[in-house]
Design a protein around this ligand. Structure first.
Ligand code: F6R
Length: 598
């Protein structure tokens, strides 16, 4: 993953540090900068969050007008200062996002040529290779291109070379990169959100297009052919997002969901989705990772139940290596908050190569997945800063719900009255959600009790199975409590062997057509003395004796919107459990917001 940024402007360190703050969602194992000052490259790095780098820079201030920066998510080599970027060799300093797959062979070759390596990263081979070719008297562009031609894998690079003029180079393959021209400088970054206010115009380079940025111009200069760059307006929000009165971004984003869903439900016409011809579709395939995949699982039930369309769902990292069959008239939907997830992007490219119609459901509209798809629908969640996804999930669900209703309409599968009821449920949704959030203190009590355990099983049924999975994912991500989820009917096929006094079970049991079946599953758990936590309908309490901190009541909720509402207590439970255990909920260990490596 990792975030890279570069700036050629007066006091270039300022936009670089500001941008690194916005890129920290891509990794925060270490950070570093290189700056050209007084004809010398100075590099400062620090292990851990960006604040550590800023501390170092406050005691050792440096400045210059050409700077690159990096925030790391460790792949090759432990998270420490030596492995932090930028990596330097002679007059060349490089920041890298991606993975160089053939770095061991290249490193061996370079060692034979007399190079010494400091880090255990794959990235360090890049400045060594460039430096090697510069030493053979190649021009800067030539040396970079010669070095790049030997790399296998993915990369977005910012390259500083100390030479006659201050130049910053940028080049990419399969990793995101944006170039920007502002009023007072030239910039490059992993994404447009990282660019500051001086970034009205942006350009997305093609794979292996070498871009040269200096004080006078930005040019595309691959294979010595200079091309003019055509910039487009930067649509990305460059405002700094604050967490306001909330204790964390994650908390803010959980509570923001009510307003977001109100906005999405006001225009409850589905016509903007009518550009898709659902009538003639043979099949929909939805492909995603992590939380976005659980949104896809819920969407499958809606499309099948309300529009009678056959839907397959797949995890992107599986789909891309599985030789899946793409049918005639198949719509392949790629769900991704960031729009940059490497596996989802690769799956999209596969589906396109098999002639599927492709649709991106993204939060970041300028992202690679959006740009490469035939159609793009935005989820309108606004920037999601907390690494654990919350509001993006409910906004993905909201758009899927609207799409399913549009599909139902086009395929005339439901009666007018049924369709009207389903639309009306959507309008009610944010108000029910609001009432649940108002009772968040009850969830704090449950979290306090639950955080005493090391493991927990989550159970759901039907459309709530993916919600149990999402709840378990949220809890493990930020509290580090081991949580797994099952469709409740699967319990007796194996996981029940785990149950004892130390293995609590959390069940989502709202009032719906499966409540009675679920009650039998709950009884099975109780008979094995496993502690029970229930988020469900009050009728459950008539059958099971539970204390106040073991039960969170769900009101009567229309069945169609149950998944969108039921995830809210799950998000709160994860948040409060992590806070009880004193964890950093916005930046959990080992994670990054945008997973741009395989
Ligand atoms: C979990 C989470 C991840 C992402 C996954 C896909 O809280 O955020 O599981 O959902 O990495 O990311 P996107 O949606 O950006 O493709």
């Amino acid at each position: 993953m990792c975030g890279i940024i570069g700036a050629v402007t007066k006091s270039a360190i300022e936009p670089v540090l500001e941008g690194l703050g916005r890129l920290e969602y891509r990794g925060y194992d270490s950070s570093g900068i290189s700056i050209l000052s007084n004809n010398e490259i100075q590099t400062i790095k620090a292990e851990g969050k960006l604040s550590k780098l800023k501390q170092r820079l406050s005691v050792q201030p440096i400045d210059g007008d050409c700077c690159i920066g990096h925030t790391r998510w460790a792949t090759h080599g432990r998270a420490n200062v030596t492995n932090a970027h930028p990596h330097q060799c002679g007059q060349v300093s490089v920041v890298h996002n991606g993975i160089i797959e053939n770095y061991l062979n290249l490193k061996q070759q370079l060692i034979q040529w007399g190079h010494h390596f400091n880090s255990s990263t794959d990235s360090e081979v890049i400045p060594h290779l460039i430096n090697h070719y510069l030493a053979q008297k190649m021009r800067q562009e030539e040396a970079i291109e010669k070095a790049i031609s030997q790399l296998k894998g993915s990369y977005a690079l910012g390259i500083l070379i100390n030479g006659a003029s201050n130049n910053l180079y940028a080049i990419k393959q399969d990793s995101p990169l944006v170039i920007s021209q502002g009023n007072s400088g030239a910039y490059m970054a992993s994404d447009a959100m990282a660019l500051g206010a001086d970034s009205g115009k942006v350009y997305y380079p093609k794979d292996n297009e070498l871009i040269k940025l200096n004080a006078n111009e930005i040019k595309s200069c691959s294979r010595s052919i200079n091309k003019k760059i055509h910039f487009i307006n930067n649509k990305q929000c460059t405002k700094i997002v604050s967490k306001g009165d909330h204790s964390s971004f994650m908390e803010k984003e959980i509570f923001e969901q009510v307003d977001l869903l109100k906005r999405l439900s006001v225009n409850n016409h589905t016509s903007e989705y009518s550009i898709i011809n659902f009538k003639d579709l043979n099949k929909i395939t939805i492909i995603a990772c992590g939380t976005s995949y659980y949104a896809a699982s819920v969407a499958k039930s809606w499309f099948e139940k309300y529009a009678n369309i056959s839907v397959e769902i797949d995890i992107a990292s599986e789909y891309r290596y599985r030789s899946p069959i793409v049918m005639d008239n198949e719509l392949a939907i790629f769900v991704s908050q960031s729009g940059e997830t490497a596996d989802t992007l690769a799956a999209l490219r596969y589906a396109k190569s098999k002639k599927a119609q492709t649709l991106a459901l993204v939060n970041v509209v300028n992202s690679s997945i959006a740009r490469e798809s035939n159609f793009t629908f935005e989820i309108y969640a606004g920037p999601e800063i907390g690494v654990a996804s919350t509001k993006a999930f409910t906004c993905q669900l909201a758009i899927f719900y609207k799409m399913a209703l549009e599909a139902a309409k086009q395929r005339s599968f439901l009666k007018e009255t049924e369709l009207a009821d389903l639309s009306n449920n959507f309008v009610q949704l944010p108000y029910i959600m609001e009432k649940i959030l108002q009772r968040c203190s009850a969830m704090k009590k449950m979290a306090k009790k639950l955080s005493n355990y090391k493991n927990i099983l989550f159970l759901g049924r039907g459309m709530l199975t993916p919600i149990a999975q999402e709840g378990a994912l949220k809890l493990k991500e930020i509290s580090y409590i081991h949580a797994e989820a099952y469709a409740a009917g699967e319990l007796k096929h194996g996981p029940i062997a785990l149950l004892d006094e130390q293995m609590p079970v959390l069940v989502i049991a709202p009032k719906n057509t499966l409540t009675d079946k679920l009650l039998s599953n709950i009884k099975e758990v109780q008979a094995r003395n496993a502690p029970l936590f229930i988020i469900g309908d009050k009728s459950i309490k008539e059958h099971i004796n539970l204390q106040d901190d073991e039960f969170f009541e769900l009101p009567l909720i229309p069945e169609s919107i149950l998944p969108v509402i039921s995830v809210i207590p799950m998000q709160l439970l994860a948040l409060y459990s992590a806070q009880t255990l004193g964890k950093n909920v916005d930046q959990p260990r080992n994670l990054a917001k945008s997973v741009t490596v395989e």
